[in-house]
Design a binder for this molecule. Structure first.
Ligand code: RFL
Ligand code: PHB
Length: 391
């Protein structure tokens, strides 16, 4: 078969790109290793910046998000046993974030793709291969249900996440990568219990980091920092709630409603960037090109911005016969990516307990947090980054 843009990966990057291209009349095919059900079962991001919200609106898919999503004007920082509110709305000149799960975003995008009858190959496993993207006629091949497919295309969009085939297809000599692995992970629990507070709480404690987040007024998402070697199976629900409670302030501890977990998993924390993000007719977007630690909720939002730039570049190519956007894609994305990498690394470093930091490390973090909540300049810098830097 033939298409204009072959997209590898049906995560948020690939699906969003598919929507934006289809709306502009650009034909595209998505090839996904897993089943749609599997992709929807992964519990990940929960916070959308305004740019991501606007992109879903642009796709005509914002209705459910505006109905069910929760607009947040602030976050709370908990340290030395007390909570301090950061007024994102006031400090950022009227901006806010939307709490709406990645699962829901993916759901809305998948449903729209299905209704429009756009070609999507699910469950292709490890058979996806990229060919000739350094020439004029790239191809993607895959096997689905034992049947081999070959997709001829003008461009390939590598939206297949950190472990995908796209970045792995680029010769190592053409790629410079930057990696930092953190010596801990996040143990996350999803439960149908009301959130402990109506805003997110980011907690720095002597026992390690904790985060109280949510998906709806009746569904909570909580995380506690754990050593990398821990296994989620070794944590009973009771042990999780116990540990979370110990990392909260007195009031939150009393208000915490616990219940059976619907999902429990451990995510490692990593900072990673691959440069450049374009190789001939192959573009990398989202987690395929960069990873941030989740503190600060930048991953999905960065993926959305890549897709914004990439869709605009491809539309410019087809409509106006100009490759200016294509040639500038990598530079433009990376400028924003590095700022989000810096912010996520900084917020992670400030909020987590590092194995070798000792008592002085804890004291220095607390001094910085004291400064952060008492200086309008410092709070403003946090708020500006949290709601998303201007495009
Ligand atoms: P995804 O979501 O990983 O999707 C990639 C898709 O490609 C498929 N794939 C392949 N398909 C074909 N052939 C292959 N060889 C393939 N290899 C892989 C995969 O099956 C998958 O369906 O990447 P994408 O689309 O770039 O989206 C990125 C986001 O998922 C990610 O950045 C966020 O989830 C990160 N993140 C958060 N981001 C936020 O903006 N706000 C948050 O609040 C937030 N919280 C989080 C997070 C990530 C977390 N984890 C688990 C890493 C919280 C956590 C715990
Ligand atoms: C989440 O709800 O999963 C979440 C929220 C904020 C973060 C990271 C994850 O910084």
């Amino acid at each position: 078969m033939r298409t204009q843009v072959a997209i590898i990966g049906a995560g948020p990057s690939g699906l969003l790109l598919g929507q934006l291209l289809s709306r502009a009349g650009i034909d595209n095919v998505i090839v996904e290793r897993q089943s749609a059900q599997y992709v929807l079962g992964r519990i990940r991001a929960g916070v959308l910046e305004q740019v991501s919200v606007e992109m879903l609106d642009e796709c005509g898919l914002g209705a459910r998000m505006h109905r069910e999503g929760l607009v947040h004007h602030g976050i709370e920082l908990l340290f030395k046993g007390a909570r301090h509110r950061i007024d994102l709305h006031d400090l950022s000149g009227g901006k806010s974030v939307m709490v709406y799960g990645q699962t829901e975003v993916t759901h809305d995008l998948m449903d729209a793709r299905k209704v429009q009858g756009l070609a999507t190959f699910y469950e292709t496993g490890d058979t996806v291969k990229l060919h000739d993207f350094d020439g004029a006629r790239p191809k993607v091949s895959c096997v689905q249900d034992g049947k081999a497919h070959e997709i001829e295309c003008d461009f390939i969009a590598g939206c297949d996440g950190y472990h995908g085939a796209s970045r792995a297809s680029v010769p190592a000599s053409a790629l410079k990568t930057y990696t930092k692995d953190y010596p801990f992970g996040w143990l996350g629990v999803l439960a149908d219990v009301p959130p402990v507070s109506h805003e997110l709480i980011y907690a720095n404690t002597g026992r390690g980091f904790a985060l109280c987040s949510m998906r709806s007024p009746t569904r909570s998402r909580y995380y506690v920092q754990v050593p990398l070697q821990e296994k989620a199976e070794a944590w009973s629900d009771a042990a999780f709630w116990d540990e979370l409670r110990r990392r909260l302030d007195v009031e939150a501890r009393e208000h915490l409603v616990t219940g059976p977990s619907i999902e429990k998993s451990i995510a490692p924390l990593r900072s990673f960037v691959a440069e450049p993000m374009r190789f001939g007719r192959l573009f990398l977007a989202g987690d395929a090109a960069h990873i941030v630690p989740p503190t600060g909720a930048k991953g999905l939002n960065l993926a959305a911005t890549d897709v914004k730039y990439l869709s605009a570049a491809l539309i410019e190519h087809y409509r106006h016969k100009s490759d200016r956007g294509i040639d500038d894609y990598s530079r433009k994305c990376l400028a924003r990516v590095w700022k989000a990498e810096r912010f996520s690394w900084w917020f992670t470093s400030l909020m987590h307990k590092f194995p070798d930091a000792g008592d002085i490390g804890q004291k220095l973090q607390e001094a910085e947090l004291d400064y952060l909540v008492s200086s309008r300049a410092a709070s403003t810098a946090l708020a500006e980054n949290y709601v998303g830097l201007p495009l």
